[in-house]
Design a protein around this ligand. Structure first.
Ligand code: SF4
Length: 348
């Protein structure tokens, strides 16, 4: 899809056009992945962060947040819960820290999860910007995927969303380094930010293509009251952002084909069937939260995060029924690697 076609689709609210877009994207999803969805158990293991992104509820400067860090044993318990429920992979996600204690902790946690699951779980990390050595160390520990959202591919918008010492160029450099080191690399953006245009979102999709990423994790922007950006989001339009989120999934599927695309939890925060609708628009991954409920409440990047009190077993059953209702099934006990990664690494 070229830029003008993406811009036109993002700007067109005609219900028939939207349905056509959904059908085309879903057809491509089914061609690459069948009517199956892979699950990743999401473990939010620490809300401590050295950064202060203007949109994020757990930003360093939000003193109202009750900070926590899980132990390796707690992480392993969450991972084993995921394994028992048939989720083939886990995502270890945290705020950003680069100190040596944190780097060693993540290394130990990855190794412990792999050992406890007999190597059956795939491990994705989402721990922000790190040095090349750290990325390489965690890859050697056994993590095989890394998710680092660019949030927006427009450097000026990026600068407006972050303090001056948060560098767009560094973030892009990290993404290229992750590829070089051999991770399956994921990125993504926020959709419906204050002042964001259809052209910027179209450029985001082109950016994913230029980077040749393997996974996409993006979702609608939802304000958090204790952030600087919330003041600019007084006209936050839930329905508009939800629809934009679905369109971005569909257009990314049409543009990139065989990459893994997650139906973000933020979709469910805006619509109770949001994740299933995301699948119907072309997503093939869902990340049920397996963080202990006592910690989950303290990891709120945006307001209205769903499933705050649901135990993992309840989430698994609920998702299974919801996906069956839209003609999809959960691919149990499969890691669900990105076919795009397999194809691009075979080529090289
Ligand atoms: S978005 Fe990530 S890096 Fe930025 S403040 Fe939130 S947790 Fe930290």
């Amino acid at each position: 899809m070229d830029r003008s076609a993406i811009v036109a689709a993002l700007s067109d609210d005609d219900p028939d056009q939207l349905k056509q877009l959904r059908c085309r994207a879903y057809e491509v999803k089914v061609r690459h992945f069948g009517r199956t969805v892979h699950l990743r158990g999401l473990i939010e293991f620490s809300n401590r962060c050295v950064k202060s992104c203007f949109y994020c509820g757990i930003r360093r400067d939000n003193s109202a947040v009750d900070r926590f860090s899980m132990t390796v044993d707690e992480i392993v318990q969450c991972a084993l819960n995921s394994h028992r429920l048939g989720y083939g992979s886990v995502v270890l996600q945290s705020g950003e820290r680069r100190d040596s204690d944190f780097v060693a902790f993540v290394d130990e946690a990855v190794r412990a999860v792999l050992k406890a699951s007999g190597g059956e779980l795939g491990v994705t990390l989402s721990c922000g910007e790190q040095s090349t050595d750290t990325y390489a160390r965690w890859r050697a520990a056994g993590a095989k995927r890394y998710l680092l959202r660019i949030e927006t591919s427009d450097p000026r918008l990026y600068a407006a969303l972050h303090p001056a010492d948060h560098s767009f160029a560094d973030r892009v450099r990290c993404l290229w380094e992750l590829k070089t080191i051999g991770y399956q690399v994921g990125t993504g953006v926020m959709i419906g930010l204050p002042g964001q245009t259809a052209e910027q979102l179209a450029d985001d999709i082109l950016f994913f293509g230029e980077l040749d990423v393997d996974m996409i994790g993006m979702g609608p922007y939802i304000p958090h009251g204790e952030t600087p950006l919330a003041a600019s989001a007084v006209n936050f339009d839930k329905a508009r952002n939800f629809q934009l989120g679905l369109k971005m999934i569909a257009l990314t599927r049409l543009a990139l084909g065989d990459v893994n695309i997650a139906a973000a939890t933020a979709l469910q925060a805006l619509d109770p069937s949001g994740r299933e609708k995301g699948v119907r628009f072309g997503a093939n991954i869902i990340m049920p939260n397996v963080t202990p409920t006592v910690h989950r409440q303290r990891y709120q990047l945006y307001e209205g995060k769903p499933c705050l009190t649901d135990e993992p077993d309840a989430c698994g059953n609920c998702l299974d029924a919801r996906l069956r209702a839209v003609g999809e099934r959960v691919a149990l006990n499969e890691q669900g690697d990105s076919p795009h990664f397999v194809r691009r690494t075979e080529k090289t």
